[in-house]
Write a protein that binds this ligand. Structure first.
Ligand code: ADP
Ligand code: MG
Length: 231
């Protein structure tokens, strides 16, 4: 459903209010455009609205108001089944806590991402191995996550996120559970994927992590501000 060479992400007037007494205005009316091949970090303190924004971008949640176009398609208006399809084909997710199955090998964890799309069974293993190669884990493909370091686990999760060749990689605090050295190797990997043309949106509270991206957007109390535009 990729329409043209327009932006990958276009948010117009998107906001999210969680109902309650009182309601929580987690994200105020937001405009955001992310072009193909951009590497954008969204940085802000705890409670500023980062996960809310990532859940909206990842179609895990719907805006209270506003328009979200992903690859030119108005995804907020899609029925749930179509949103699930878009999530499984156009998007890759990397989370702080890896979300791997501990009793399945690295290869099997990556293969699971292809269970619910049209990848023929015979191709799943080959593609899983290619994705593990890409993240530097060819030698660990038969290992169980329970025997892996944090950095290796996160690289398996990145391989799983990449295996369906998404147009957008969404990362929520991907180095939050890693030490500084291991964080550096994961960030090097994102840098390489960006060089290969992948579009990346990375959310973090850590300004040193954000500084690795080509573009930094600050978020504070549910409001985005492009760094460099309002010195
Ligand atoms: P961050 O990821 O930057 O820490 P969040 O997006 O998780 O911030 O949260 C932004 C604000 O919205 C916070 O005030 C948080 O308490 C509130 N919030 C998040 N999720 C919910 C929810 N499901 N219901 C009510 N309030 C929520
Ligand atoms: Mg969060």
């Amino acid at each position: 459903m990729t329409a043209d060479a327009g932006p990958v992400i276009a948010l117009r007037g998107v906001r999210r209010t969680y109902p309650g007494t009182p309601p929580v205005h987690a994200l105020h009316a937001t405009d955001l455009s992310v072009g193909a091949g951009e590497y954008v970090a969204i940085v802000g303190p705890s409670g500023s609205g980062k996960s809310t924004l990532l859940h909206l971008l990842g179609l895990l949640d719907a805006p209270t108001e506003g328009v979200y176009e992903l690859n030119g398609v108005d995804v907020a208006a899609l029925p749930d089944a179509d949103r699930t399809t878009v999530r499984g084909t156009a998007l890759g997710f990397v989370f702080q806590s890896f979300h791997l199955l501990g009793h399945r090998t690295a290869t099997e964890n990556v293969e699971l991402a292809m269970l619910y799309n049209r990848t023929p069974r015979a191709q799943r293993r080959t593609r899983a191995r290619e994705a593990l190669d890409r993240v530097g884990l060819a030698h660990r493909r038969d290992a169980l996550p329970t025997t892996m370091s944090g950095g290796e686990r996160q690289r398996v999760a990145i391989a799983r996120a990449l295996v369906n060749r998404p147009s957008l990689l969404l990362c929520d605090e991907p180095t939050g559970n890693l030490d500084t050295v291991t964080s550096g190797t994961v960030l090097d990997l994102f840098g390489g994927l960006h060089s290969d043309g992948l579009t990346i949106v990375l959310i973090t509270h850590d300004h040193a992590v954000a500084a690795r991206a080509g573009r930094v957007v600050e978020i504070s109390d549910g409001t985005l501000r492009e760094r460099g535009l309002h010195a």
